[in-house]
Design a protein around this ligand. Structure first.
Ligand SMILES: C[S@@+](CC[C@H](N)C(=O)[O-])C[C@H]1O[C@@H](n2cnc3c(N)ncnc32)[C@H](O)[C@@H]1O
Length: 183
């Protein structure tokens, strides 16, 4: 979480039309919950634009990029690869090892989430295949729980820089303030 070693999220696969909102939400969730960067497949340009727009307005640092070689990105990753899958080891059993690799050993993490069927190569390339429960659900939910476990809740306190606007938390109602108006 903007510490020394990076946490990046790779969205594997994107079916235009059907996956538009899910791919965008993978990026928004990665940003909101402490990842440094998201990599989208190169047919997900609309999701990239949306995430970049949110980052412009609500702050960063956060990077969104397209990749034409997601499997190559996994193979060439200089760090450790965590693949989120309902078939994997239980997150509560492996989170401490993953956290130690990231925080103590300083390994960059690539968190991989799928859309449709994920090829077996990914299971083999991953350092950890991790299940957030071993029940089928969603890449967005799996990513959110995993990031919160990885950062042990510290991501909820993060400061946002270069934001144009900021939400003021309220018991009732909605308030969004321009950052320039306050400073
Ligand atoms: C809708 S699922 C489809 C998975 C596909 N049927 C397969 O065999 O890989 C899309 C993605 O959600 C994530 N996902 C779904 N359930 C999960 C779970 N229980 N734990 C972790 N990730 C999960 C995985 O990243 C998965 O690739």
């Amino acid at each position: 979480m903007h510490e020394d070693s990076e946490v990046a999220v790779l969205r594997l696969g994107h079916r235009p039309g059907r996956d538009d909102r899910m791919t965008t939400h993978v990026g928004l969730t990665a940003r909101a919950l402490g990842a440094d960067r998201v990599l989208f497949p190169d047919n997900a340009g609309q999701s990239l634009e949306t995430v970049a727009d949110i980052t412009d307005r609500f702050g960063g640092p956060f990077a969104a990029e397209l990749t034409d070689s997601p499997l190559g990105d996994i193979r060439d990753w200089e760090g450790r690869v965590v693949h989120l899958t309902m078939y994997g080891e239980r997150v509560q059993d492996v989170e401490a090892d993953i956290r130690a690799a990231h925080e103590s050993a300083g390994d960059a993490l690539l968190l991989v989430v799928g859309s449709e069927k994920v090829s077996f190569d990914v299971y083999e390339e991953a350092d950890w295949n991790v299940g957030v429960t071993n029940q089928p659900h969603s890449e967005v939910a799996g990513l959110a729980v995993f990031l919160d476990r990885l950062f042990e809740g510290r991501e909820l306190e993060q400061e946002w820089v270069d934001a144009d606007r900021r939400v003021t938390p309220m018991e009732t109602g909605k308030r969004v303030e321009s950052v320039d108006d306050e400073e």
